[in-house]
Design a binder for this molecule. Structure first.
Ligand SMILES: [Zn+2]
Length: 255
């Protein structure tokens, strides 16, 4: 078994520490985000295997580059500092993938485990890239439930750019799944379909049950508790269901 092989542990520690240091240097994540990513990456590397880890890395690096590009084009988003790069984001996006990797200790048929893993990583990746590419959309997005134009950053807002970003993420992941020969064509196609559905579920949950706050300065409806440097008022949704809980629900709906 992979996890009993000491070489795998040494390899995992080396690779993950190098990535963690580079992440700090290039500010891909906050310090708490880097700390949270170490155990998640380790579990995936040791139990899921190097192919699982490569897919996670593709998600992580593509998202990091997309964020840098978007910040260059349209500037920072209010969520960047407190949310996007923190440990909460890492845990919400990586916990399900790590838990699924643990399942592969049971060495019977790997197919269903890989399908679940691709589903979880695919949804998280699609959701992240949809947000990044969506922020480049020059017009106001529309709310997925009633198609009314809403302010940027409103939970549940969708745009054609967002969908292009999400589908691009799924295609990139498909490409690497094929190259690493981790999954059959059937599983890859299922991942593209379920990822697109997962992304849509994420937006519907965002528009409905996710907790929202109204900024006391600019009046925007937002998913962050702090906006324009002030604590925002609670507005709608269920208080304990934040954007990360929604991500967690929609990655788990893949199972
Ligand atoms: Zn504001």
């Amino acid at each position: 078994m992979n996890a009993l092989n000491l070489v795998i542990h040494a390899e995992a520690v080396t690779v993950i520490l190098i990535i963690a240091l580079l992440s700090l240097k290039f500010k891909l994540l906050s310090r708490s985000g880097v700390l949270a990513s170490i155990p998640i990456g380790y579990v995936i590397y040791v139990f899921g295997g190097v192919e699982y880890f490569i897919l996670l890395l593709v998600f992580y690096l593509t998202s990091g580059i997309a964020t840098k590009f978007r910040v260059k084009q349209v500037g920072k988003d209010v969520m960047d500092k407190d949310w996007i790069r923190s440990w909460r984001n890492v845990v919400a996006n990586g916990a399900t993938a790590a838990a699924i990797s643990l399942l592969s200790i049971m060495e019977f048929n790997r197919g269903p485990v890989t399908a679940a893993y691709l589903g979880a990583v695919g949804t998280a990746f699609a959701d992240t890239l949809a947000t990044e590419v969506g922020l480049l959309y020059p017009r106001e997005p529309r709310l997925i439930t009633n198609m009314r134009r809403v302010m940027r950053g409103t939970p549940g807002a969708v745009s054609p750019y967002g969908y292009i970003g999400g589908v691009a993420a799924l295609l990139i992941l498909s490409l690497f799944s094929a190259v690493t020969r981790i999954a059959s064509l059937k599983i890859i196609i299922a991942m593209i379909i379920s990822g697109t559905l997962g992304m849509t579920i994420d937006s519907v949950l965002g528009a409905t049950i996710q907790s929202k706050y109204k900024c006391t300065v600019c009046g925007r409806l937002t998913e962050s508790r702090v906006h324009c440097g002030r604590v925002a008022e609670r507005a709608k949704g269920i208080s304990f269901i934040d954007t990360h809980a929604v991500n967690l629900i929609s990655t788990q709906s893949e199972l």
